[in-house]
Design a protein around this ligand. Sequence first.
Ligand SMILES: Nc1ncnc2c1ncn2[C@@H]1O[C@H](COP(=O)(O)OP(=O)(O)OP(=O)(O)O)[C@@H](O)[C@H]1O
Length: 399
Amino acid sequence: MAASVRLEKVEKYYGTKRTLAQVSLDIAAGEFLTLVGPSGCGKSTLLRIIAGLTTHEHWRVYIGDRDVTQFPARDRPVSMVFQSYALYPHMTVAQNIATPLRMKRLPAPARWPLLGRFWPGSRKLRQQIDHEVAAVAAQVQLENLLDSRPSQLSGGQRQRVAVARAMVKQPDVFLMDEPLSNLDARLRVHMRSEIAALHQRTGATFIYVTHDQVEAMTLSSRVAVVMDGSIVQIGTPRDLYEDPQDIRVARFIGSPEMNLLAITSDMRHGASVAGEPIALPMPATDAVVHMGFRPESVNIADLSSRPMPNAIRLSATFERMEVLGHDALIFCRHQHSNEPLVARAPVADVDRLRTRGNWSDKLTLQVNLAQTFWFNAQGSRIAPAYTSCEVLPIHKRVS
Ligand SMILES: Nc1ncnc2c1ncn2[C@@H]1O[C@H](COP(=O)(O)OP(=O)(O)OP(=O)(O)O)[C@@H](O)[C@H]1O
């Protein structure tokens, strides 16, 4: 069964340092919500608060209709998978998986190593637990490893044990804290699809933490971007990619990163993008604004394969390229930008450039104006009237 999760006004301090600032969040039953953000922004703390592993201060947590704020972790209908897997090294795989059920169903004396066997009724309960452990182990292909200890397992197998231990409790909500980060790249891709399948099979609510935006974009129904203890934006992966409301979200989502150029403007001289004059698609102010554009919104004007009628042109010097298969990334340097500008181009375009042998020459980049993003000095998105924007020829610059 799935349950909704609601957080109200989570404000968490460690000492005098504020880790979470008034975070409120509504997650629908059955949703796959991913928390992404840079290291130390408060993602794990948020998960621990939902799990009941962080002592309560002034916030409220609801799971389904129930206010579970005061419930200890073991009484919440949640299971957590930790980044380190947190397996018990002295226990076998079967014992590790069985732990949540033993804690929930067996009274303390029945859990004692030897005497527990003689506790009235414990034999039947143990048999039932063994049966459930075997069923879950089979689902994650661990049935042949039930007697092994964690030290005898590979990283991927340990990760499966951690997931199986979470599954056996049949929780309404799975909390996963970077469960794939210790795996190599190939196994990560494989386990990613297993997690997606687990979500589909159980129908439970998933709250997932990751640094990895590809994981976030491919798994989630919604993604919340956490920065400095606050949720900066929450939406579908597409919303975040196509409609970032904050420059930090624009930078964080998308690989390679969005290109950003500072625009200086003043009432006397007009505006310029990276040193080239431009008519701003908003009233000129004495402020710095930033123009952003994705690599796929740029093409190389020297090749006329994709003409762009409403474009900003920038001159840049070729630096290097990365061929990805069908596409290639072309990294260029603009004299007014510290970061390289990246264009994504079909490999055919790259071949044509190569045959011209002008790699060291200046290239002209065209940026599709309708696909530009504008941010004010504070980093908030501003919505210009793109259609009224045109690039000024140099002689029209006010001097
Ligand atoms: N028990 C603790 N005592 C003191 N400070 C803590 C404690 N737990 C977390 N913090 C601090 O709170 C901040 C947020 O930590 P948290 O683990 O939630 O971040 P995160 O976004 O999950 O980071 P990462 O991606 O690196 O795991 C960090 O600055 C961290 O040092």
